[in-house]
Design a protein around this ligand. Structure first.
Ligand code: NAP
Length: 363
């Protein structure tokens, strides 16, 4: 199969670097365009990103000498791009919204890691195993916005909720409705990009505040679990969520400690573990290249999951869960972990792109 040419906006950042690493040998997609801020534009990728390269591999040879383009220079976009991944940061969300709209208007689908469009009602916010039907919103968005050349925007949700939401969704589809969740996250420093959190703030320390993160953790699940309506997603507000988000001295891997209360039927511990271990969804049925074989892995060892030991399970795409036990206030509590820059960012978006391709929504 001839590979599809794609672009990465924000290719020099932490998430952008992960795209380059993960896509190096992708069977369907080939990187044909690299863009970042005006600071990097005109330089080779190695000159622009070399000093802040964080990946455990060398910069791929195929990328090193590519000249970085300015994200906002719309005239220099190669003609043959099928879509772009967006991992840019900008001073305001409105600026990001505008850039992403401009690509969609030009006919280029955008799969974004940014939070800017997460609450745009006709923009789907996708976790491949949960709400793959939300891609039905794409034709509605194209009509609403006059994207008549095939462009559209889809986004990926916040990285920390990837750790626990699939586990919650698996219980819901098995018929065990959740009433309340209390979530405490322990989030890795790579979640703040590069250079991110100052070392003196986080080494030997825990920072009990991450701007905007608790709101995202509490609100985004309602859209993800919602249904496609005529004008956009109709949220599902049936689960009450309260969260505390903290930054911890871990490089990669967001952990979430979750207390859950069921609405009526309460499954046994054995049933919950079986539901998690057996959960599969459309990405697994379609055998997509980035789909983890087992999306939720329950670890029996009493002291797991741990970021360093478990974040790379199934190439960083599986969610690792453990420590399921009775809760004295709610019904159960457990600990969940996912790789924030893979499952929670670049890898999750690559899976979304594969779903879109499998559904013929990108050419
Ligand atoms: P980062 O390391 O700070 O990288 C930011 C990227 O944006 C760089 O390529 C940078 O280019 C580019 N950029 C900065 N200012 C720009 C401008 N004015 N115009 C165009 N490009 C500009 O950030 P990151 O961690 O990769 O995160 C990128 C996005 O993904 C953010 O919205 C973040 O919230 C989201 N996200 C991150 C994670 C994570 O775990 N890190 C997870 C999920 C979602 P230069 O190198 O040229 O400055």
């Amino acid at each position: 199969m001839e590979k599809i040419k794609i672009g990465v906006l924000g290719a020099t950042g932490v998430v952008g670097q992960n795209y380059l690493r993960l896509l190096e040998r992708h069977p369907w997609f080939e990187i044909a365009d690299i863009a970042a801020s005006p600071r990097s534009a005109g330089k080779t990728y190695e000159e622009a990103a070399g000093p802040k390269w964080q990946m455990p591999i060398l910069i791929p040879d195929s990328i090193k000498d590519v000249i970085v383009r300015d994200v906002q220079d719309m005239d220099s976009i190669p003609d043959d791009l099928s879509f772009v991944f967006s991992a840019i940061t900008m001073p305001t969300k409105d600026q990001i919204k505008e850039v992403e709209f401009n690509y969609a208007k030009k006919g280029i689908p955008v799969i974004s890691n940014n939070s800017a469009h997460r609450w745009t009602p006709d923009v789907p916010m996708i976790v491949g195993e949960i709400n793959y039907t939300h891609t039905d919103l794409i034709p509605i968005q194209q009509k609403n916005r006059g994207f008549d050349k095939g462009g559209f925007i889809v986004v990926k949700p916040n990285c920390s909720l990837q750790s626990y939401l699939t586990a919650i969704y698996a219980l819901e589809v098995a018929g065990y409705k959740i009433d309340k969740l209390i979530i405490t996250t322990l989030q890795a420093v790579s979640g703040a990009g590069y250079p991110g959190v100052a070392s003196l703030d986080v080494v030997d320390n825990i920072v009990p505040y991450i701007g905007g993160e608790e709101e995202k953790t509490e609100l985004e699940p309602h859209k993800i679990l919602g249904k496609v309506g005529e004008k956009g997603i109709v949220n599902d507000d049936s689960i009450q969520i309260s969260s505390t988000c903290t930054r911890v001295p871990v490089t990669d891997g967001h952990t979430a400690c979750v207390n859950m209360k069921f609405k009526d039927k309460v499954p046994s511990k054995e049933e919950i573990i079986k539901i998690w271990n057996e959960f599969k969804s459309l990405p697994q049925e379609l055998d997509l290249p980035f789909a983890p074989k087992q999306p939720i892995i329950y670890l029996e060892n009493i002291d797991r999951p741990q970021p360093r030991k478990d974040r790379d399970n199934d190439k960083g795409m599986a969610v690792s869960v453990g420590r399921l036990r009775k809760d004295n206030v709610f019904d159960y509590k457990f600990v969940a972990l996912s790789h924030n820059t893979v499952r929670g960012a670049a890898g999750g978006s690559i899976l979304t792109a594969e779903l879109l391709k499998a559904k013929n929504l990108i050419k």
